[in-house]
Design a protein around this ligand. Structure first.
Ligand SMILES: Nc1nc2c(ncn2[C@@H]2O[C@H](COP(=O)(O)OP(=O)(O)OP(=O)(O)O)[C@@H](O)[C@H]2O)c(=O)[nH]1
Length: 362
């Protein structure tokens, strides 16, 4: 655990676990479109082979289902809006199920077809919407089977009660399956997020570490370069840190590193990425800033650091300074090269006597 948390944690918001969520979306999409594919084939075959047996209400509703789910699939291909397509598809299939129950289908065998509905509803719509649509179908079917005569077919008493019992069981077990699958999925998502955040956190300062930049930030910037490029990279190193450790002790050295991280967070905008690169070395990335502008910003920070006193345990005021090397990144692939350049500039800043900023504009 970090000794002290840095003032701002904005960099944590850049960490996501989209892969965990996208695999769940794939599961939902796969369930829905498997049902759609099977539905298109089965419905087409049924309509073609039974159009003379089916009542016009049933034939029309089956054709309407086919057209709607085909259009829904096209809409999904164009927009990738899975939830909308799932809701519309399961809505129209709901109407088809009601029409099937009402008309009886071929030789009053319609009820068999309804059993798949709760399963696909939960798999493609999730717990609450799945429960709502599944339960609504159960209520509608019960009303059609046991309600007053309003033109529906008459099923046998045993057939009705067995259908309701089986449908209820399928509904309950689909609900239990989806509810606990969702709960475990969320638990895994939480664990993955906290482990990922942990892996990218510097344990002493609570700020980001080097891995955050190399394994996460650079990939993010490569995906949306328009949000970041060109950016400037500052390499900052505390001056005479060994002497500080030797004079005031290692614990005070730690306190200085924590206070320095807080200063980075408070002095640079939230949009900047700050990370401890190791030891007493830090990196700051300034998105959409040229090296020229960054040199001025870095110099303001250097002066701010020099003015800031840090208190020792016995209330002694200690002043620190830092040296900074600056370079510009125009292309993500050039990051390593730019970091090397910033390192060379930092080395020059040390050679010039420390407490300096060096870039090609300084
Ligand atoms: N307290 C503390 N010290 C650390 C930590 N990591 C590295 N150090 C110390 O930082 C010091 C770095 O020393 P040097 O590389 O010689 O640098 P310097 O003394 O700052 O000298 P210049 O960089 O040349 O100004 C070493 O004494 C390390 O032990 C840490 O996490 N906590």
């Amino acid at each position: 655990m970090p000794k002290k948390s840095a003032a701002s944690q904005s960099w944590l918001s850049l960490i996501n676990i989209d892969k965990v969520y996208s695999s769940d979306k794939q599961r939902q999409a796969f369930s829905l479109f498997t049902m759609i594919a099977i539905a298109i084939i089965v419905i087409t075959m049924l309509v073609v082979s039974n159009y003379d047996v089916y009542s016009p209400i049933l034939t029309m509703s089956l054709i309407a289902v086919n057209i709607t789910i085909i259009m829904g699939t096209v809409y999904f291909i164009k927009t990738a809006k899975l939830e909308v397509v799932a809701l519309i598809s399961m809505g129209i299939v709901f109407i088809m199920c009601v029409a099937l129950t009402y008309t009886g289908g071929k030789e009053n065998t319609a009820l068999y077809w309804l059993m798949f509905y709760p399963v696909v509803c939960f798999a493609s719509l999730g717990v609450s919407r799945g429960a709502l649509l599944g339960a609504s179908l159960l209520v509608c079917c019960t009303f059609i089977l046991y309600g007053p005569d309003f033109g529906q077919v008459e099923y046998g008493g045993v057939e009705k009660s067995r259908f309701l019992a089986s449908f209820t069981l399928v509904f309950i077990f689909s609900f239990i399956g989806e509810y606990f699958r969702y709960k475990s999925h969320m638990a895994i998502a939480d664990i993955t997020l906290s482990q990922t955040q942990d892996a990218y956190t510097d344990q002493l300062t609570g700020g980001a570490n080097r891995r955050f930049i190399t394994a996460h930030f650079l990939k993010l910037a490569a995906k949306t370069p328009e949000n970041y490029l060109p950016f400037s990279v500052l390499l900052l190193d505390l001056d005479y840190f060994k002497r500080l450790n030797d004079t005031y002790g290692h614990d005070f050295g730690d306190t200085v590193l924590i206070e320095f991280t807080k200063l980075l967070d408070s002095q640079f905008p939230m949009s900047c990425v700050k990370a401890r690169y190791g030891g007493e070395e830090f990196v700051v990335i300034l998105p959409k800033e040229t090296a020229q502008a960054a040199t001025k910003i870095a110099d303001d920070f250097r002066q701010c650091v020099a003015k800031q006193a840090i208190l020792t345990n016995d209330n002694k005021r200690v002043f620190i300074t830092c040296s900074i090397g600056v370079a510009q990144v125009n292309n993500i692939d050039d990051y390593s090269q730019a970091l090397k350049q910033a390192d060379e500039n930092l080395y020059k800043a040390k050679e010039l006597g420390r407490n300096k900023v060096v870039s090609k504009y300084s």
